[in-house]
Design a protein around this ligand. Structure first.
Ligand SMILES: *Cc1c(COP(=O)(O)O)cnc(C)c1O
Length: 484
């Protein structure tokens, strides 16, 4: 019968000859614990609150797998594993099975709205509101004053109109959805004129010609890649034209011999012909990015002031909120969007709306640069970044690594401000005897808990403090310490 205590007497070593080896294998196999013994012992975990029992129904399966692997190893000539070892294997497998795949990472890349790392982190205040609304019930579609059915968009609509100066606003799942819904509701079966310089592809398969086709509208291309004149638009207008669509070339830039009419001129000719002027603005800046030495990213307010009827933008690029697509503009057209059958399919959930409303209110109250991570990261001073890069380098050197502080460049990301960079101070880890392979260090940091993502460049690991929250510094040091 299997002993109740873990048996640490493993280590019956392989002998090289036939009969002795067969005996060893038989004996070792017999001394392995039962599935039930292993399951029960792996059930109990020592945690900071004392012993807790884990009831995960998969424990028996993990115990069976661990024993099957142990049997195979014994037959290959490996020694009988200690029972403690088997328990550790099962607990590790359990932790792996219970850990969510989607998890927090520390972004040390210096790319602020990093598309692969979840774009904009939401502000603490927005997060608290999401928790409050998620945890219990809310007035999502209930008018508290009237005691009657209400609209889920009331809060975000008010804040968007106040922030952008638009007549009306609505919110859907993302900007791709906002553009699709706009075209489907206002131009299906009709023609939409787009400049050839604006038939853009945004990362992840969003292409203006394809979205137009999907909406049921017909694309009419005008102008050339580098130049489109006002007369190109005018000449393309037919009785079947519904709208002119302007698209912000968010993620690339054409320089040199170029020309495009400004928004106000396009709006004017659209309105003279009785057409709508639609604008896919992309990142949806509501503040002037030039105050930080960046190029000017066109703002929502400018689009509305130019006379554009409908403007679409993302909630989680420069706005710094949750993933959302915002449509602002004229009430008559937005009412058509709201009645369109796609609206129900593309609408935002209550958590998004809770976070977006709070984010918009932070922009309105002047708190954005203090409280919204994207704005705060853009506005962080070089002095502050240098101080943190120096502290990181000191910490790493104390651990035996070779680290220096160097000038570098951060970017805004999220398909905005292409080619524009913000000067930053990097902590650079170089190869030495403690870390002979920077690629291996970077790989360890990626799969650590929490993950740390940096940039590797010619045997150097670049870590940019701009996109790391100051409260994550201690975690970063801990993850590096674990590697060493
Ligand atoms: C980013 C972007 C989109 C897509 O927005 P999502 O919110 O990612 O759906 C569409 N158009 C432009 C011009 C963009 O920059």
């Amino acid at each position: 019968m299997a002993s109740d205590r873990p048996d640490n007497s493993g280590g019956v070593h392989a002998s090289s000859t036939g009969v002795g080896e067969a005996d060893r294998v038989r004996q070792s196999l017999r001394r392995l614990p039962s599935v039930e013994w292993l399951r029960q012992h792996a059930t109990i975990a020592q945690q900071y609150v004392g012993e807790v029992k884990d009831q995960d129904p998969r424990l028996a399966q993990f115990a069976r797998e661990a024993l099957a692997n142990a049997r195979a190893a014994i037959r290959r000539g490996e020694p009988l594993p200690a029972r403690e070892e088997l328990i550790v294997v099962v607990r590790a497998r359990l932790r792996e099975a219970q850990a969510p795949y989607l998890r927090e990472v520390i972004n040390a890349t210096g790319v602020i709205a990093h598309t692969n790392l979840g774009r904009a982190p939401v502000s603490e205040r927005a997060l608290q509101q999401m928790i409050a609304v998620a945890r219990g019930y809310s007035n999502l579609e209930y008018d508290l004053a009237e005691g009657a059915r209400g609209s889920r968009l009331t809060g975000t609509r008010r804040a968007l109109c106040e922030l952008t100066g638009a007549e009306d606003a609505l919110v859907v799942n993302n900007n791709a959805a906002a553009v699709l819904l706009t075209l489907a509701a206002l131009a299906a079966g009709q023609e939409v004129i787009v400049s050839r310089g604006e038939l853009v592809e945004i990362g992840g398969g969003f292409r203006i010609p394809e979205v137009l086709a999907q909406s049921g509208a017909h694309l009419v291309e005008v102008g050339a890649t580098n130049k489109t004149h006002l007369r190109d638009y005018t000449a393309a207008i037919t009785p079947a034209t519904a709208a002119i669509l302007s698209v912000h070339p968010s993620n690339f830039r054409i320089i040199g011999f170029t020309e495009r009419p400004d928004l106000a001129q396009i709006s004017r000719i659209a309105h003279e012909a009785g057409l709508l002027h639609l604008h896919d603005l992309g990142s949806g800046a509501t503040f002037g990015t030039e105050q930080w030495g960046l190029a000017h990213e066109p703002t929502v307010q400018e689009s509305i002031a130019a006379g554009v009827d409908i403007t679409c933008f993302s909630g989680d690029k420069l706005l710094g909120g949750p993933q959302a697509g915002v449509v602002v503009g004229r009430h008559a057209q937005l009412a058509r969007l709201e009645r369109h059958p796609l609206m129900r399919a593309l609408r935002s959930d209550k958590l998004t709306l809770a976070a977006l409303e709070v984010t918009l209110r932070q922009h309105l109250s002047g708190a954005a640069q203090r409280e919204i991570p994207v704005a705060r990261m853009i506005a962080t001073s070089l002095d502050e970044l240098a101080a943190r890069a120096r502290r990181w380098a000191q910490e790493f050197k104390a651990l035996g690594l070779s680290a220096t502080v160097e000038q570098g460049e951060s970017t805004v990301g999220g398909g905005s401000l292409p080619g524009e960079t913000l000067p930053t101070m990097l902590c650079v880890v170089h190869e030495n005897e403690r870390a002979p392979d920077v690629a291996a260090l970077a790989a360890h940091l990626r799969v650590a808990t929490p993950s740390v993502i940096g940039r590797t460049l010619r045997a150097r690991l670049l870590l940019d403090p701009r996109t790391v929250f100051p409260e994550q510094d201690a975690l970063l040091f801990q993850v590096v310490r674990e590697y060493l």
